[in-house]
Design a protein around this ligand. Structure first.
Ligand code: PAF
Length: 282
């Protein structure tokens, strides 16, 4: 098993990448917050299909958590992450900066993306996309990749990153990779580690209920009714709270009165203190 070099500073990262650039190698980036699972490894594999060298960043980004959220208890499994990446064999470098390396004393810039960041997650986590866009734009400028891979599991985030890259003319191809699921349909997520056995059973209903709602909408049930039915079904299945179930235009994420050809259903729901999100095409 080949050991993957780890850069903890921007200088180390740039030093490694410079050699690849001089050799005209294409660079792919997979931004992560660690606690890696099969879903992340699939993103790295996807990145390697399009690039000669793949950098995986591991950084739990404080800028995208509100003070009351789970930044402190977010799973940090760095050694296990390194082993998984080394075993999978697709990553060529790991970038794991400290918080002070990423946000040095006096850091005062925030990137705010409009368009697809409106509504959905933003209604419940207003700080979130500003934090994501800030760290992702920093990672892009630090690494200067030719391409970057993001999971469709965080579908709104993927649209926000695409919009940011387009609006800022960043010469980076953004690739969305399909959600990887457990056998019972639960989307893989680092936050699934918070679930106890009973919650884990209920969690699998999220995917099933969204699938049914998508079918109901395709069968002609009005969009607001399909959304309301799914919301009620989630509460009935044992979810403690539903932030939203929404059928939206897949690109703009604008509301749809009637279904179009490219619609997506998205949802966020809580099991006690654990917030799960999922989405799929309608
Ligand atoms: O999706 C994530 O894990 C994070 O939001 C990201 C893109 C790595 C930015 O911190």
């Amino acid at each position: 098993m080949k050991e993957i070099p780890v850069a903890n500073t921007l200088a180390e990262l740039r030093g490694g990448i410079a050699t690849w650039r001089m050799a005209r190698q294409r660079i792919g980036l997979v931004p992560t917050m660690g606690a890696l699972h099969r879903g992340h490894l699939a993103l790295v594999e996807e990145a390697k299909k399009r690039a000669d060298k793949v950098v995986v960043s591991i950084f739990v980004n404080p800028a995208q958590f509100a003070p009351h959220e789970d930044f402190d208890r977010y799973p940090r499994t760095f050694d296990a992450d390194l082993t998984k990446l080394a075993e999978a064999g697709h990553a060529d470098a790991i970038y794991a900066p400290s918080v002070s390396e990423m946000y040095p004393e006096g850091f005062a810039t925030r990137i705010n993306v409009g368009g697809p960041s409106a509504g959905l997650e933003t209604d419940f986590r207003p700080h979130f996309f500003g934090g994501v866009a800030t760290v992702v734009s920093k990672l892009f400028l630090q690494c200067l990749p030719d391409s970057a891979v993001f999971g469709e599991k965080d579908y709104q985030q993927l649209q926000v990153v695409k919009r940011m890259v387009r609006d800022l003319d960043l010469p980076i191809e953004i690739i969305g990779a399909a959600t990887i699921r457990e056998d019972d349909g639960l989307a893989l997520s680092s936050r699934n580690a918070y679930l106890n056995a009973a919650q884990r059973q209920i969690a699998a209903q999220l995917n099933k209920i969204l699938r049914l709602a998508a079918k109901r909408a395709r069968d002609g049930v009005p969009v607001p009714q399909a959304e309301a039915e799914a919301q009620a079904a989630l509460l009935n299945a044992g979810f403690d709270k539903v932030d939203y179930v929404a059928i939206r235009d897949a690109r703009s994420l604008q509301q749809l009165d009637t279904l179009n050809d490219e619609a997506r259903i998205l949802a966020a729901a809580w099991l006690d203190k654990t917030r799960l999100i999922d989405n799929m095409p309608v």
